[in-house]
Design a protein around this ligand. Structure first.
Ligand code: KDG
Ligand code: MG
Length: 402
């Protein structure tokens, strides 16, 4: 089998997505997600101008050699644009393999290790009462694990909380919007939020929280310690992770489990975190972490240090990534949990898929390959729209981490 053609589709059915389609001389094609939120066109150009010309004529079954060719062969290694482009190719090739062998991708990764994949939902509200109502709503939908975020008294807006009555979507149309931030106000508020959630819902629900990279390590240590009575499933991205040793400080102060890595793109972003057992869950996922080929090796390495997977699954990860993640989660031994932020109806219509949600769990389905498609005619009705993630400023105007 040979790769004969590859094309990049950029569409905005509800939000922007970049999708790679690789075609073969046997009529089988595969899809890969190349979406990098707010930097979509950079990946599209990397694929069209630099990657696609190098893969035409190659054997799509050679996932390992093609991965090494695009990684080592580029000389310039790593980085989110490069690794997202490599991931798009890699995932599309695994899709082709599954279709050619007439089997779901999970069977190529070791087969089913579990029947279904536990997912966590997002509950949020402008204040604690509204957040509690949203937790109740998600519990009624069947979720067994729920991430809880709420507005912070004294701040006009914050990460993870919907503006008005719509659903929460991090990217906003136009140029970057500016939000305000205060770690002092946040640290004062969050323990009260979880005290109220546990008082209302008891111990049965798994509770998660995303700090979204905003705290210094010692502040995160304090928060983790104050959250201990509420038994969180995890505290996510407590501090920016460029300095991996920062997590040693956090670990020294709390037993609240720690998840990190949705912005990672290589095992080298996490190898100190993993081998020192400073984290419990790794969030680096297929689309930004070099695809199935690199994540499988990373997950196997993490397993040796009791670190489990907790893949990123926000709306900017397209249904192609969601499908691929569910195959991976079904097969990999050290699976922990999968994030589930449902896509809009427009997105789901453009990407028909066989995965399903039922009673707090998701299932990849048994279609050959990934079980997801791209309706190119429908996608053409939703042209790309410029959108960015917000930026954050402290109350005195200093730019800080969003
Ligand atoms: O593109 C950025 C979003 O995916 C991110 O802000 C969402 O932190 C996030 C999460 O945990 O889903
Ligand atoms: Mg996050």
């Amino acid at each position: 089998m040979k790769i004969t053609n590859a094309t990049v589709n950029i569409a905005s059915p509800g939000r922007n997505f970049v999708t790679l389609k690789i075609e073969t001389d046997e009529g089988i094609y595969g899809l890969g997600d190349g979406t990098l939120n707010g930097r979509e066109l950079a990946v599209a150009s990397y694929l069209t101008d630099h990657v696609i010309p190098c893969i035409i004529g190659r054997d799509p079954f050679q996932t390992e050699d093609i991965w090494q060719y695009l990684y080592r062969g580029a000389y310039w290694r790593r980085g989110p644009v490069t690794m997202t482009a490599i991931a798009a190719v890699d995932v599309a090739l695994w899709d082709i393999k599954g279709k050619a062998l007439n089997t779901p991708v999970y069977n190529l990764l070791g087969g089913k290790s579990r029947d279904g994949v536990m997912v966590y939902a997002h509950a949020n509200g402008k204040d604690v009462d509204a957040a509690l109502e949203d937790v109740a709503r998600h519990k009624d939908l069947g979720y067994k694990a729920i991430r809880v975020q709420s507005g912070i008294p004294g701040l006009s807006s914050t990460y993870g909380v919907a503006k008005g009555t719509g659903r929460y979507e991090p990217a906003e149309r136009g140029l970057p919007h500016e939000y305000e931030w205060s770690s002092e106000l946040y640290l004062r508020h969050v323990p009260n939020l979880f005290e109220r959630v546990r008082a209302e819902f008891g111990e049965e629900l798994h509770l998660l929280h995303d700090c979204h990279h905003r705290l210094a390590p010692i502040e995160a240590g304090r928060l983790g310690k104050e959250l201990e009575p509420f038994h969180l499933f995890w505290m996510e991205d407590p501090t920016p992770a460029e300095l991996q040793e920062g997590f040693k400080v956090i670990r020294g102060h709390t037993t609240t489990p720690i998840a990190v890595g949705e912005v990672f793109n290589s095992v080298w972003d996490a190898h100190e975190l993993i081998r020192n057992q400073w984290i419990d869950y790794l969030r680096m996922t297929l689309v930004h972490g070099g695809g199935i080929t690199h994540l499988k090796k990373t997950a196997d390495f993490a397993a040796m240090y009791h670190v489990r997977t907790g893949f990123h699954g926000a709306t900017d990860l397209s249904p192609v990534t969601m499908a691929a993640a569910l195959h991976f989660d079904t097969a990999v031994h050290n699976f922990g949990i999968q994030e589930h932020m449902p896509h809009t109806d427009e997105t789901d219509a453009v990407f028909p898929h066989s995965y399903k949600f039922r009673d707090g769990m998701m299932y990849p389905g048994d279609a050959p390959g990934l079980g997801v498609d791209l309706d190119e005619k429908l996608a053409a009705k939703y042209p790309y729209q410029r959108a960015y993630l917000p930026v954050n400023r402290k109350l005195d105007g200093t730019l800080t981490d969003w």
